[in-house]
Ligand binder design. Structure first.
Ligand code: FAD
Ligand code: NA7
Length: 541
């Protein structure tokens, strides 16, 4: 007998970025479920709604920083530059929402505060900060891996009389033109900001904690012939993306860097440098930069030699030169090191002269210098991956909270499911594939739809990952990470950027193609690692 729990909606989707938008489309338009989406922000777009700082753009080639599912839109969409600026990705996502008539089921300016599973009725009850309570059989949480901001405290910050801003909360009307600007942080975001702000600020002071390896992005105009070639070739392009490691649309190398002569190595690095793109430099030049210490050092030394060449002031060049492994999410930009040759840009190494306190006028560093600022920008990143989950009160079986479940570090089965939290599906939860994210998101949303369909078609009540499957997936992810050099450096990828955060592997490093193979194997084995249940009997099982 088909049993369906009574609920306001079949499904609730939380978040309206790339993940939430596609989840709503998939569940409502394709599976025919009733769905309500909640979004904290005032519009769709997620990352591309919030991050409006000067220079904000994706640094994966724009034609693959898109959904593959809407083929018509891929043919119609026009673009101008190799990479997509924030406003254009936002417009793209708004267009997707309009084309698929999704906005009518998205409630904006509404944060979901809690979600609790009633294991006897197989229903989730959610509450919002607008005082609503809704019930749903399924919950898809697409909270964003990089949406919970990291805003480090500085002594005396409340005294600062200028404008304080985090890059992911940039007010549309905040202009830095002609102002004295300080920026803390030189990750993907900070380095993008430096390139843009150096052009318009009266003065830009960059507060750098750890020097970064930055390669050119090779951004520039795309001509009609290139666009036509891409549009004609999209099926092959997506097939290549889906079977590759990092899903960025270029051919990945499997040549070991040390298997060729030094001369050949430099030629290949130079070619990658000239072509541009961080992922391409790391994964397209040679196959083992992220894996083999010698290969890694060769790539790192190539970038260091470029810093020496580009940056005119030797002291600034020294401070900008990283010495650790080249093993963070790769960064690329247009004119990053060149920016330091400008008269209006100065660099402060926080390792050498940390910030002591903020004052009314700016910030004071340990050498006694007061850096006077009109605007202080925090490009300090995010409490990544599980950060947004920990802000919510999510309770599964027996009232266990997700915070308790993740006490020893965030985990999941396949980046999607958590044992003890039936019918809850994360998009880009902990231990998802480390890749260009839109194709990773599509992969997971399609997987979630498949799981939901299995429950629906079977007239069942729930699907839940087993503890064993979740633990085994954590081990697998740890192994894939340990195979690389990435765990040997501190970054948000392992939770190392947040003081007190448990350091754990938060991605699957064997690649998107291999992740997709794994999903196929799980399906073929009858949803191995999952328990499908019919409606709970009155005893609870
Ligand atoms: P998001 O886009 O973050 O959307 C999540 C949404 O959930 C947000 O709108 C948030 O407001 C909402 N939300 C969270 N909690 C709640 C709640 N409790 N209730 C209601 N709503 C909630 N990735 C790449 O692959 N390539 C790139 O080049 C790239 N560039 C980036 C540049 C920047 C500056 C940043 C910050 C990220 C970048 N990323 C990039 C990563 C990017 O986040 C992903 O590519 C993608 O946009 C994630 O989509 P999402 O829907 O999973 O999350
Ligand atoms: P990241 O990559 O986490 O970079 C944050 C930067 O802020 C980085 O340079 C940090 O230095 C610096 N930081 C963080 N906390 C502090 C404090 N307390 N003091 C000084 N400096 C600090 O975030 P992004 O936003 O740039 O990029 C995140 C992802 O979004 C990126 O990978 C893309 O996918 C888009 P550190 O290196 O930790 O010493």
């Amino acid at each position: 007998v088909t049993h369906k729990a009574e609920a306001d909606f079949d499904a609730v989707v939380i978040g309206a970025g790339f993940g939430g938008i596609y989840a709503l489309h998939k569940l409502r338009n394709e599976l025919g479920l009733t769905v309500r989406a909640f979004e904290k922000g005032g519009g769709v777009g997620g990352t591309w709604y919030w991050n409006r700082y000067p220079g904000a753009m994706s640094d994966v080639d724009g034609h693959v920083y898109k959904y593959s599912f809407d083929k018509e839109l891929l043919q119609e969409w026009d673009w101008h530059t190799r990479y997509t600026p924030q406003a254009e990705t936002l417009a793209y996502l708004e267009t997707v929402v309009e084309r698929h008539d999704l906005a009518r089921d998205i409630q904006f300016d509404t944060a979901v505060e809690s979600a609790a599973y009633d294991e006897f009725h197989d229903v989730w009850t959610l509450t919002t900060d607008t005082g609503e309570t809704v019930t749903a059989r399924y919950v898809v949480s697409a909270l964003g891996p990089l949406s919970s901001r990291n805003f480090p405290d500085i002594k005396g910050l409340d005294r600062f009389e200028g404008t304080l801003v985090h890059t992911s909360a940039w007010p549309e009307d905040l202009s830095i033109d002609g102002k004295r600007v300080g920026v803390i942080g030189t990750g993907s975001t900070g380095t993008q900001f430096v390139c843009a702000a150096s052009q318009t600020a009266a003065h830009l002071t960059v507060f750098q904690r750890t020097a970064q390896y930055v390669v050119p992005s090779g951004n520039g105009p795309v001509d009609e012939a290139e666009k036509a070639a891409i549009r004609a070739d999209y099926d092959r392009i997506w097939e290549q993306v889906r079977t590759s490691r990092v899903g960025c649309g270029f051919e990945e190398s499997d040549v070991p860097a040390m298997s060729v002569s030094e001369e050949e190595r430099r030629r290949v690095f130079q070619e990658a440098w000239d072509l541009g793109n961080g992922f391409r430099f790391m994964f397209g030049s040679f196959g083992d930069i992220a894996v083999d210490p010698d290969a890694n050092e060769a790539a790192a030394e190539f970038i260091r030699s470029k810093i020496r060449e580009i940056v005119k002031d030797p002291e600034t060049a020294r401070k900008l030169t990283p010495s650790d492994l080249y093993a963070k999410r790769p960064i690329c930009n247009q004119g990053y090191y060149e920016a330091y040759n400008r008269d209006n840009v100065s660099l402060v190494s926080l390792r050498e002269t940390p910030i002591v306190e903020a004052t009314a006028k700016g910030v004071v560093t340990e050498d006694g210098v007061e850096h006077e600022l009109d605007v202080l920008v925090f490009a300090t990143g995010f409490d990544a991956v599980d950060g947004s989950y920990k802000q919510m009160d999510i309770r599964g079986r027996g009232g266990e909270t997700i915070r308790e479940h993740w006490e020893d570090g965030a985990s999941s089965y396949l980046g999607v499911s958590v044992a003890g939290f039936p019918n809850l599906f994360m998009v880009l939860g902990p231990n998802s594939a480390f890749s260009n994210l839109p194709p990773g998101i599509e992969t997971q949303v399609e997987w979630i739809a498949e799981l939901v369909k299995a429950v629906e078609d079977g007239g069942l009540a729930s699907i839940e990952a087993t503890r064993e499957a979740e633990d085994a997936w954590s081990v697998t992810c740890q192994e894939t990470a340990d195979y690389t050099l990435f765990p040997k450096v501190e970054s948000w990828i392992f939770g190392a950027n947040i003081p007190g955060k448990k350091r754990t592997t938060m991605f699957y490093f064997a690649g998107l193609g291999s992740f997709r193979d794994k999903l196929r194997e799980v399906t073929a084995a009858g949803y191995e690692g999952y328990v499908l249940r019919s409606a709970a009997a009155p005893t609870g099982e």
